[in-house]
Design a protein around this ligand. Structure first.
Ligand code: NDP
Length: 337
């Protein structure tokens, strides 16, 4: 049983010293437990926060502890009622080949799910984040304008597509022409602006003649600087993530603009609400599962995945995710189906 444990808390970007690969015996399930074999491991930006012991909404991974993470697994042996060998499940068993489970936090996916890994993306946590943040905080009304950053990632791509289903004008912000083309041509956004191109702020303004009613924030940093002046009166900002600063070790250079920003929020009467998806909206999960399941089945929501083979690739693939190298949902294939 291979597993990655946290060896050292990173300062800035994680490096070769951050995680350590260990090999231990495969555990034996006792009564009331089952043994799970990981097939897919999800890589998600929040994992950077768990490597740090700075105060946050969730406890950090301890040094020497297996790195946490969402997984899709198959049951190897079960001494737990309701689960049998061969079943597919989605859970939170971390960066390892095998794990014991007593069934808590584990959701069955049945014997033959069509796309089991999607439970780590569009039909799982990131999809739920998009759906709940947009609906509950964005409070979308048909005809309004929605802007979403990180437009081709698992959260952003879903936010924009739900926006289209709900009758909004949707403008994405993404890094590079390839991602932008994907947002418009495949995901059906009305426009997408490349924040890495020269003249980004002007291009964004051009794309938004009616301003912004909802800004779904995944990124922070310089993208927000271009967005802020375009916010309409009574705009809503579901504050979901700030990936541009997860590896930062200090505040950026430049003048303190907090007063300017607070003034903007006041004058424009902007609602900004941070949320942690399961803490805030966990009670809505069944409603999400039903609605999103229907949309995906009907082909109304497109989903792009980047499958990377081998547990040993997880640390470098994770660093790449934080650098913006992922194009779609990054998943590690840990073991065979
Ligand atoms: P993504 O795949 O969207 O995250 C990676 C992408 O972020 C990159 O590919 C990159 O796309 C974009 N990005 C933009 N600016 C930067 C930057 N400065 N450095 C690195 N990457 C950048 O991940 P998810 O869809 O899983 O998550 C999106 C956001 O939602 C994250 O901030 C995450 O933390 C947050 N989140 C919050 C939850 C909550 O409960 N609040 C739950 C789940 C996710 P590009 O090339 O287009 O720039």
């Amino acid at each position: 049983n291979r597993r990655f444990v946290l060896a050292e808390r990173p300062k800035g970007e994680p490096n070769d010293q951050t995680l350590r690969l260990e090999t231990v015996d495969i555990p034996e399930p006792k009564d009331g437990q089952m043994l799970l074999r990981t097939v897919f491991l999800s890589l998600d930006p929040y994992m950077r926060g768990r490597m740090s012991d700075a105060p946050s909404y969730a406890a950090p991974v301890e040094i020497g502890q297996t790195m946490v993470g969402g997984t899709v697994s198959r049951v190897v042996t079960s001494k737990l009622e309701g689960f049998k060998a061969g079943d597919w499940v989605v859970g939170f068993t971390g960066w390892q080949d095998y794990a014991l489970s007593d069934g808590r936090g584990v959701t069955p996916l049945g014997a033959h799910p069509s796309y089991p890994s999607w439970a780590l993306g569009v039909t799982g946590m990131p999809g739920f984040t998009a759906w709940s943040g947009l609906k509950e905080i964005g409070k979308p009304k048909a005809g309004e304008t929605l802007v979403v950053a990180g437009a081709t990632g698992p959260v952003g791509s879903t936010v924009g597509q739900i926006g289209k289903i709900l009758g909004l004008k949707v403008v994405g912000i993404a890094g590079g022409p390839e991602k932008c083309a994907h947002a418009t041509d495949t995901l059906g956004f009305d426009a997408c602006v490349d924040y890495k191109a020269d003249g980004f702020a002007d291009a964004l303004k051009q794309a938004l003649p009616d301003g912004i009613d909802i800004y779904f924030e995944n990124v922070g940093g310089q993208v927000f600087d271009a967005v802020a002046p375009l916010l309409n009166t009574a705009a809503r900002i579901p504050l979901c993530g700030l990936i541009a600063q997860y590896n930062a070790t200090s505040l950026p250079d430049g003048p303190d603009r907090l007063g300017w920003l607070m003034g903007l929020f006041l004058k424009k009467r902007v609602t900004v609400r941070g949320f942690i998806v399961f803490d805030d909206f966990g009670h809505l999960y069944p409603e999400f599962a039903k609605e999103m399941g229907g949309w995906v089945e009907a082909g109304k929501i497109k989903y792009r995945e980047e499958m990377i083979d081998g547990l040993e690739q997880a640390p470098s693939a994770f660093v790449g995710l934080l650098r913006g190298e992922a194009f779609g949902k990054r998943v590690i294939r840990v073991g065979p189906d």
